[in-house]
Design a protein around this ligand. Structure first.
Ligand SMILES: [Zn+2]
Length: 332
C-alpha cells in the first residue's frame, strides 16, 4: 500500500500516494518584493553551493538565496545548542532533556554542512546532499523513482509549500512556496501566558528560510522522522511541539524549525515543559536520557558523522514498534 506522508492531506488520497513529508498549510504571508527580487537576477548556482537545485528556472537564484539564508540561520542555534537546558532560547521547551543536545546539534550541523547521505533514491550508492526540485507539470516524467505526481500533490487545496519525498534525496518545491516571505523583517517572538505560547507559532517560524530547514530535518532524520501515520503523528503548532516527550521532540522536524527561529530571533520568553500544561505522564514514555547519551558516545565526531545512522541507534528500544509501523507504511 502506498502511503501519503503529508500532514495536510488525508482521506482517500492517503491510500493511493507515496511517502511524502510536507509542510503544514499556513495562511500565506505577503509576498515580499524586496527580499525576493533582491536575488532574482541570480540564475546560476555558485560553484561552492552545496545543495543541488533542479528545474527552478528563473527561481533558481531565489532558492539559492533562501538556502544560503537558511544555513546562516542555523548559526545562532548551533552556538546555543551546547548549552542544553541552560539555553535561553527555547532548547528546554523544545527538546526537554539536555542529553538530546548532541543529537540535535548533529542534525543541525548536517544541514549546515550539507552532509551527503547514502541509500537514497534515485542513486542509493552515491552519497547525496539534499536536492531541491521545483515542481512543474512535467516533473513526474523527469524523476524515475517517483510514484506519484508532485504536480498533483502541490495542486491539492490542502497541500503544503514543499515536501520531502521519503527515501529519496529530493525535496520538492511547489509554486505556492514563493508566496512566503524569505526571512523575518524584524524579530517576532510569541508571547507566553499561563505557561503556554499564544498562537501556533507561525509568526515566529513561517518563513522560507525556516521551512527549508524543516524539510532538511526530514531528510536527515529519514525513517525516524515523525509523520502523519506515526504514533504520535508529526505536529506543527508550537505548544504541541513543547508537549512532546524528549524522544518524539528530536524526531519532529517542527521542533527544530522553532528552535532555529527562536535562537535567531533572540526569543527568551518560553514556557517550562516541566510545568502544566506541558508536564507529561512519564509512564512508559521515558527513555531518552540514557539512550541518547549512549548514542552520542558511540558516534564518530559529528563533523564526519553520517547522521542517518543516528535514528537507528536512538530508536532501538522504545521506537521499535513505531519503526515497524513506519516501515510498513512507507515501504522502505
Ligand atoms: Zn514535516
Amino acid at each position: 500500500m502506498k502511503t501519503w506522508y503529508c500532514c495536510s492531506i488525508a482521506g482517500v488520497l492517503a491510500t493511493l500516494l507515496s511517502p511524502v513529508f510536507c509542510l503544514p498549510q499556513y495562511v500565506p504571508l505577503q509576498f515580499s518584493e524586496n527580499t525576493t527580487n533582491a536575488a532574482a537576477n541570480l540564475t546560476a548556482i555558485p560553484a561552492s553551493f552545496p545543495f543541488v537545485i533542479e528545474g527552478c528556472s528563473a527561481y533558481t537564484g531565489n532558492l539559492v538565496h533562501v538556502l544560503t539564508k537558511a544555513v546562516a540561520a542555523l548559526t545562532p542555534a548551533l552556538n546555543d545548542v551546547g548549552l542544553g537546558l541552560d539555553s535561553r532560547h527555547g532548547f528546554k521547551a523544545l527538546f526537554k532533556d539536555g542529553a538530546t543536545s548532541t543529537y540535535v546539534r548533529g542534525i543541525l550541523r548536517s544541514i549546515a554542512s550539507a552532509q551527503p547521505l547514502e541509500g537514497l533514491d534515485p542513486d542509493p550508492s552515491v552519497p547525496s546532499a539534499p536536492r531541491f526540485a521545483c515542481v512543474t507539470p512535467t516533473t513526474i516524467s523527469q524523476y524515475r523513482f517517483l510514484e506519484v505526481d508532485p504536480w498533483k500533490i502541490c495542486s491539492h487545496p490542502n497541500a503544503g509549500q514543499a515536501f520531502y519525498f521519503g527515501g529519496s534525496s529530493y525535496i520538492f518545491v511547489c509554486s505556492s512556496f514563493w508566496r512566503g516571505n524569505i526571512a523575518p523583517q524584524r524579530n517576532a517572538c510569541p508571547s507566553v501566558r499561563r505557561n503556554q505560547f499564544l498562537g501556533g507559532g507561525e509568526a515566529l517560524s513561517m518563513y522560507l528560510t525556516y521551512l527549508v530547514i524543516h524539510e532538511m530535518v526530514h531528510f536527515y532524520l529519514g525513517k525516524a522522522s515523525l509523520g502523519a501515520f506515526t504514533d504520535p503523528p508529526e505536529v506543527y503548532p508550537i505548544n504541541e511541539c513543547v508537549a512532546l516527550d524528549p524522544l518524539n521532540s528530536v524526531h519532529n522536524p517542527q521542533n527544530y524549525q522553532f528552535y532555529v527561529a527562536m535562537a535567531q530571533q533572540g526569543c527568551t520568553n518560553v514556557p517550562d515543559p516541566d510545568r502544566p500544561p506541558f508536564i507529561l505522564d512519564q509512564g512508559n514514555t521515558t527513555l531518552p536520557a540514557s539512550l541518547l547519551t549512549a548514542a552520542a558516545e558511540t558516534l564518530p565526531p559529528l563533523a564526519t558523522a553520517a547522521v542517518e545512522k543516528l535514528p537507528s541507534v536512538t530508536t532501538l528500544s522504545v521506537l521499535e514498534s513505531l519503526n515497524e509501523v513506519y516501515d510498513g507504511l512507507v515501504g522502505l
